[in-house]
Structure formats: structure tokens, C-alpha cells
Design a protein around this ligand. Structure first.
Ligand SMILES: *Cc1c(COP(=O)(O)O)cnc(C)c1O
Length: 363
């Protein structure tokens, strides 16, 4: 079997995959209503929220668009914190809907600096919302969302959080950290195929929703809420992925959120230690390295594209490359969702063989 070590889609356990082959049911019938209500409750436990939570049939990006169109109006001003590809994407979505985006960019590989965020909020009182990526998958950096949230709430702004590659894997108490719209996606830490975005919506987000004039139809939270009260989604959902998610959530709750978070921390540490032991250097700044994806810098003659190809063709291990300006400059190892020590040990053993073949000179 292939060892799929990219930061999403992630491997799915057999029990989860089996659910994908179940016969279709009426999405407006009592059986689906029961499953939808159970899945929503289980997700709320893992999001650590008592607020509303909706399933959208979309990849994660659909959830990001939903956050923008349900809380903002054209001409609103937002501060878009960007530490990589996904921070840029969130900003681009807002921009394309007529929001005035003030970008606050940090060097790729670094985390967002909280004092710079405070300064930016001070400088422009018109800012209505702050957009932030909790875990920047493109660089392998986790931003200090707890501290960012404290500053954002000091200024009483709306906080829209891309938690697509962190929720369910890295600590993120959505209510305690006052996140207003929090988005995740099924193919990341949830051990489920792509197809569902999950969004949690706070009271403050609902207040913003009442005034928000952005055009919306498919992603309308108000419609999602009124249908959920009847045990339905407004539009036909990806029923098979909902079946799969239900099974995966049972597995996650039986492992327990604290254990899952500890497992991700342990495996990430093992990955970073292994990378250093091979003489390679980590790309993410020390202390901010992600527990779901490790980024490794090209150094000492290493051709990362050649390395990724050798691992794929000769070791059945699939790693991620660098995106956009990081193309050819880093490679990435995904370790989120269904992952254990053996999966990473296999990567390290293969790297040991493949690194010299890909031009790497150690020492
Ligand atoms: C994967 C990912 C996304 C969204 O990607 P989709 O392909 O739309 O699911 C957005 N943000 C982050 C941080 C991600 O890791």
C-alpha cells in the first residue's frame, strides 16, 4: 500500500472507506436526519464549541468563501494575516467579493507576529474583521491563534479562522478562543475523503450576518440553520462522505481529543528529530513548526523534485512539494489524521536511501 504523506487528502481507515460504499438514502428522510444530528453533535465536541455548526458540501475553500459572504458587505475593511499560500487565498476570496483587504504579510516560514497585528488594528479603526490561517499548510507553520484572538478581541473585531489543516489534530478550543467563523475540511485531519467543509458560527458572527450584504445563495448560513432544525441541509449533501465522517468521528471520540492532539505532537516531534538526524534543516521557524505537516528546506545540493519522484517510484511514499514560490525549495511531510510512528519511520528509512541519490551531500 502507498504511504500517502501529503497534508491532505490523507489516508482513510478501512472502516471509514467501507461506509463510502453504503446504499443511498433519502436526504430528506428520518434516517439522514438522525445521522446529520449525530455528526453535528460529535463535530461540536471536537471543535469544542456550543455554537452552530454546519456541514457544507465543498472542499475547504468553499468554507472560506462561506465565511466571507455570510459576515461581510462589499466595501467592508478586513485585515488579512498571511503567512503563506492559504493566507493569500483567504485574502483573495475576500477581495474578489469587493472587500477592502489590508494585507499583513509575514515571511514564509515565519509565524504571524502578534504585536504587528495590534499595530495594524490600531492604525485602521475601520477594520471589521480579521482573517487568519491557524495552521499554514504551505510552510508548515502554526500561528499562535490564542494570542492572536486575544488581540483581535481587545479591538472587538470579528475573527474568521481557516483551521482546515489544524482542527481535530492541533489544540483549537473554538469557543474559548472566541473564533467567530471556524472552517475545516474532511480530507485533512478527519481521516475522511474530500467533499465536506465544516463551519462553526458564533453569536457575534450571526450579528454580523444580520447586517452583511454580500450576495450569497449556496453558502447561506441562515438557510443552513433553518434546514438543520429540520434535520436537513438546504441542498443535496454528499451523503457518502457524511456516512464516512460519522464513522471517523466515532473512531476519533473513542481515541479522545486530548490523545489525538498528543499523538500529533509526538509524531511531529519524531518527524522533526528524524529530519535533523539526517542532516536536513527544517523550513519552519523553531517553536512554530506545525504538528500536522513538516516542511524541509532544500540544502546541500538536494534536488527536492528528484527526491519526491524517487520516493514515489521506488518506495511507494508520496510526499508534498513546495507551492508557488516554494516550488523546488522545500518538500513537505504530512502527518495528520490516520498516522502512527511506523508511517514516519518508513519515511525516514526511505529518505536515508534516497537523499544521496537526489544530490544531497551530508556533513
Ligand atoms: C487544504 C487547505 C485549504 C483548502 O483546500 P481545499 O483544497 O479547498 O480543501 C485551505 N487552507 C488550508 C490551511 C489548507 O490546508
Amino acid at each position: 500500500m502507498q504511504n500517502l504523506r501529503i497534508p491532505g487528502p490523507t489516508p482513510c481507515p478501512d472502516e471509514v472507506l467501507k461506509e463510502m460504499s453504503r446504499q443511498m438514502i433519502n436526504h430528506r428522510g428520518p434516517e439522514f436526519a438522525r445521522i446529520l444530528s449525530e455528526v453535528t453533535d460529535k463535530l461540536k465536541q471536537l471543535f469544542q464549541t456550543r455554537n452552530d455548526l454546519f456541514l457544507l458540501t465543498a472542499s475547504g475553500t468553499g468554507g472560506l468563501e462561506a465565511a466571507v459572504v455570510n459576515t461581510l458587505s462589499p466595501g467592508d475593511v478586513v485585515l488579512a494575516i498571511s503567512t503563506g499560500v492559504f493566507g493569500e487565498r483567504f485574502a483573495a476570496i475576500a477581495q474578489s467579493f469587493g472587500v477592502r483587504v489590508i494585507p499583513l504579510r509575514f515571511e514564509w516560514g515565519q509565524a504571524a507576529d502578534v504585536s504587528a497585528i495590534r499595530q495594524a488594528l490600531k492604525a485602521e479603526p475601520k477594520i471589521k474583521a480579521v482573517l487568519v490561517t491557524h495552521n499554514e499548510t504551505s510552510t508548515g507553520v502554526t500561528n499562535d491563534l490564542g494570542a492572536i484572538s486575544r488581540v483581535v478581541k481587545e479591538f472587538d473585531k470579528l475573527l474568521l479562522v481557516d483551521a482546515i489543516s489544524s482542527l481535530g489534530s492541533i489544540e483549537l478550543p473554538v469557543d474559548d478562543w472566541h473564533c467567530d467563523v471556524t472552517i475545516s475540511g474532511s480530507q485533512k485531519g478527519w481521516m475522511v475523503p474530500p467533499g465536506l467543509a465544516m463551519v462553526a458560527v458564533s453569536q457575534q458572527a450571526w450579528q454580523a450576518n444580520e447586517e452583511a450584504k454580500m450576495p450569497r445563495f449556496y453558502w447561506d448560513f441562515a438557510k443552513a440553520k433553518s434546514y438543520l432544525e429540520k434535520g436537513q441541509t438546504p441542498w443535496t449533501p454528499t451523503i457518502s462522505v457524511v456516512f464516512a465522517l460519522s464513522m471517523a468521528l466515532d473512531m476519533m471520540l473513542s481515541e479522545g481529543l486530548a490523545s489525538i492532539i498528543a499523538r500529533h505532537a509526538r509524531i511531529a516531534q519524531m518527524t522533526r528529530d528524524g529530519i535533523k538526524a539526517l542532516g536536513l534543516s527544517l523550513f519552519a521557524r523553531e517553536g512554530h513548526a506545525s504538528n500536522t505537516v513538516t516542511s524541509v528546506a532544500a540544502s546541500n545540493g538536494l534536488d527536492t523534485k528528484k527526491l519526491v519522484k524517487i520516493l514515489r517510484e521506488e518506495h511507494q511514499i508520496v510526499l508534498g512539494g513546495g507551492q508557488q514560490s516554494l516550488d523546488g525549495k522545500i518538500f513537505r511531510i504530512g502527518h495528520l489524521g490516520w498516522v502512527n510512528e511506523d508511517d514516519i519511520a518508513a519515511v525516514m528509512a526511505a529518505l536515508k536511501v534516497a537523499l544521496p541519490q537526489a544530490g544531497f551531500r551530508s556533513g
